[in-house]
Design a protein around this ligand. Sequence first.
Ligand SMILES: Cc1cc2nc3c(=O)[nH]c(=O)nc-3n(C[C@H](O)[C@H](O)[C@H](O)COP(=O)(O)OP(=O)(O)OC[C@H]3O[C@@H](n4cnc5c(N)ncnc54)[C@H](O)[C@@H]3O)c2cc1C
Length: 363
Amino acid sequence: MNNTEVVVIGAGQAGLSAAYHLRRTGRAPGRDFVVLDHSPGPGGAWQFRWPSLTYGKVHGMHALPGMQLADADPARPSSEVISAYFDRYELAFGLRVRRPVDVRAVREGPGSRLLVETSQGVWAARALINATGTWDRPFRPRYPGQEVFRGQQLHTARYPGPEAFTGQRVVVVGGGASGTQHLLELAPYAAATTWVTRRPPVFREGAFDEIAGRAAVALVEERVRQGLPPRSVVSVTGLPLDEAIRRGIADGVLDRRPMFDRITPDGVVWRDGRRVEADVILWATGFRPAIGHLAPLRLREPGGGIRVEGTRAVADPRVHLVGYGPSASTIGANRAGRAAVRDIVRLPTMPPQSDAAGEPDAA
Ligand SMILES: Cc1cc2nc3c(=O)[nH]c(=O)nc-3n(C[C@H](O)[C@H](O)[C@H](O)COP(=O)(O)OP(=O)(O)OC[C@H]3O[C@@H](n4cnc5c(N)ncnc54)[C@H](O)[C@@H]3O)c2cc1C
């Protein structure tokens, strides 16, 4: 059994921000706090994103606290650019991320400690910062006939890039940013594309300024305060009507149809008899928070979500969720890491460690 003050689960944007701020309080990485991550390398979920998602296509990636991401080549895959940046960051601040360590369960332990059970042993901690993101829990809705489809079905999480769809008839499901990006990319390669979404997509004219951003975050915040599952950002902001989307609408690539009713061996059908033949169904239907390992703590509300005030789980002040709900963006994750640490150091069980406090230096 390893003892520590704080366990941070996940070394994506949210977990690294939390680790940076823990270090700022004078806590020693690896001793006073540990960061555990089950992925093979640095980069959080970015390391798994498809190669055609270049750094130039990423919207508003915020740098981690204390180190800029300067001079990144917009033509390089964001998976490479951001993984390399996170790697430099972890080294510069000596964060000593342990990987691959899979956290399987967190449960109540003796002496008000939380027991973090992992593939590499158990950690007993006074507090927990959960920064596990959503990438590990792709969401795919169920539709009748799914099991009889003779073609290929895949989720955004396994999207290989547009070339893989050359000559194929592709149905893309989902009205978010990933769905529209997949369509625009693969349409020139595919034999035919069809776009289906549950609700009509909402396109947003004009720049997404700070006021609109704050309003969107407030909407998601209100949901998690009520213990409801968080909604995706696009569901509250709408899709930005940029040049590529305008072109997609004009070309007919982004001509949306309502959700089909059934999947057949050869394609999809609607109740009114319309049908589309398909070789591939690409589910761009989003992700859910990867928080199954927290189940033994029984934090979930009847509404299905965890009630969160700021970043703190209302049912257990030792547990913070960062990168969850309203903080599920790179800027939100940065802020959430700082807020969680500020709150945790005030726990009555937490020894004060202000001696070395200050801005950590990048080595
Ligand atoms: C396709 C796509 C594009 C996006 N583009 C943008 C953008 O342009 N701008 C923006 O601001 N946001 C964007 N986002 C959202 C953004 O990626 C996230 O909000 C942010 O990067 C997530 O950081 P995170 O630290 O919360 O999670 P992640 O980056 O997912 O990191 C979570 C980490 O937790 C680890 N982990 C998970 N479960 C466990 C476990 N049980 N045990 C151990 N480790 C575990 C994972 O290995 C992972 O490293 C995008 C999201 C997607 C899906």
